[in-house]
Design a protein around this ligand. Structure first.
Ligand SMILES: [Zn+2]
Length: 184
């Protein structure tokens, strides 16, 4: 028996402008009429091509609509990536962006892993923030132990507010998809 396909509803798609890679001209200093100086591109000299194109590739951050900060703290290392990929595909189709390769990267937005995203194989000049709801858990059930360990760590963290820690403790004791507000 085949499981029913998830029902996904895209709630919001936001484009956030980002620098693109490509040609970087050299700069020259000019003096303005008021005597101040300013650097501007010098098109008479040869520039260079930005080598690290990877940095400029579009990141697509996919969010569960209505998720709380604690939901995010607990779940950010145990995301249901195939479900989020379906949401991404749906949002890209709505934007008319088709057939672009997207690679899940836990470190897409930050080297500590706090901001995972899909890295598109294109530098579109913007990043995407996509929020959605689905009739599926917001964490990968196979990684429930990872989420539980994170909830426990938060519960023990004295720098976190008390109410936050209490709720984290409650969730660390719950099992499986009960860890986050699971079904939306
Ligand atoms: Zn980080």
């Amino acid at each position: 028996m085949k499981a029913a396909a998830p029902t996904i509803t895209i709630k919001n798609v936001e484009k956030v402008a980002k620098r693109q890679g490509g040609y970087v001209p050299p700069q020259k200093r000019i003096t303005l009429a008021d005597g101040t100086t300013q650097y501007v591109p010098d098109w008479s000299r040869r520039g260079y091509y930005q080598r690290d194109e990877r940095r400029y590739k579009t990141r697509a951050y996919v969010w569960f609509d209505g998720e709380t900060v604690l939901d995010n703290f607990v779940g950010r290392f145990s995301r249901p990536v195939p479900l989020m990929r379906l949401a991404l595909k749906q949002a890209l189709a709505d934007l008319g962006i088709d057939a672009v390769k997207a690679t899940w990267n836990q470190r897409a937005g930050c080297s500590c892993g706090c901001s995972p995203a899909f890295v598109l194989d294109e530098a579109l000049g913007f990043d995407l923030h996509i929020s959605f709801t689905a009739d599926q858990p917001a964490i990968d059930p196979a990684k429930a132990d990872v989420a539980a360990a994170r909830a426990q760590a938060i519960a023990k963290d004295p720098t976190m507010p008390d109410g936050f820690r209490a709720e984290a403790l409650r969730r660390s004791l719950a099992k499986g998809s009960a860890l986050t507000t699971a079904l939306r």
